[in-house]
Design a protein. Structure first.
Length: 187
C-alpha cells in the first residue's frame, strides 16, 4: 500500500498546479476583457472551450488521483478480504482500553481495528513518530466502528483520539501502542 504521506504530497502538488493554472488563465482572460479599446477580444467560443477544458482536466485529475488512495482497494473489496488480525478496542471515560499493552502486527498483514465507544463520540487515529497521521475514523456509540488497514513498513505508532470529546479528550494518547514488525522479527 502506498504511504499516505506520499499520497498527500502528490495530491498537494497536482492540485496546487491545477489551481495556479486556473488562476493564471482567468487572470489573463480578465486582463484581456478589461483592456480599453476593442471590445470582446475573447470570443465566447474560446471562453467556453477553455472552461470546458478546465472541467475535463479537473475531473481527470480526480479520476487519476482516486486510484492513488492507499485504502481504496481495501474498502472497495472489503467483503472478500479476511483480516489477518483483529483488535477489539473499547473507548470509555476518555480512555482507550486495548486488548494488550502493545498491538503487534506483521508487515503486510491486513488488520481490522474494531473500536467501540460506551459513552461519547471519539476518534481513533494512528500517528507516526513524527506526529503525522496514518489513518483515522470516528467512533460513535451504538454503531459499528471499524477500519481495515494494511501496514507495508515496520514502525511504531501512537493511538490518539481525533475527535473533540470535551476537555479531557486532549489526553487520549497511547504512545507506541501499535508495533509493526518485519515478518520474522520479534519485539
Amino acid at each position: 500500500m502506498v504511504d499516505s504521506s506520499l499520497v498527500l504530497w502528490g495530491q498537494t502538488l497536482v492540485y496546487t498546479l491545477y489551481a495556479l493554472a486556473i488562476i493564471l488563465l482567468m487572470g489573463w482572460f480578465g486582463l484581456i476583457i478589461t483592456k480599453p479599446g476593442k471590445r470582446n477580444r475573447v470570443s465566447p467560443a474560446f471562453f467556453y472551450s477553455f472552461v470546458g477544458f478546465l472541467i475535463v482536466l479537473g475531473v481527470s485529475i480526480h479520476i487519476i488521483t482516486y486510484n492513488t488512495i492507499p485504502w481504496a482497494s481495501l474498502d472497495l473489496n472489503r467483503d472478500t478480504i479476511k483480516a489477518d488480525k483483529t483488535f477489539n478496542i473499547t473507548v470509555e471515560n476518555h480512555q482507550f482500553y486495548l486488548p494488550s499493552e502493545k498491538l503487534v502486527i506483521n508487515c503486510n498483514d491486513k488488520v481490522l481495528f474494531n473500536v467501540t465507544s460506551n459513552d461519547l463520540t471519539y476518534g481513533f487515529g494512528l500517528f507516526r513518530s513524527d506526529n503525522t497521521m496514518v489513518m483515522q475514523m470516528q467512533v460513535v456509540p451504538g454503531h459499528k466502528n471499524d477500519i481495515l488497514w494494511q501496514f507495508d513498513k515496520p514502525g511504531t505508532y501512537t493511538i490518539r483520539s481525533t475527535e473533540y470529546s470535551g476537555p479531557k479528550g486532549i489526553s487520549m494518547i497511547v504512545k507506541d501502542a501499535v508495533v509493526v514488525l518485519e515478518k520474522d522479527e520479534d519485539i
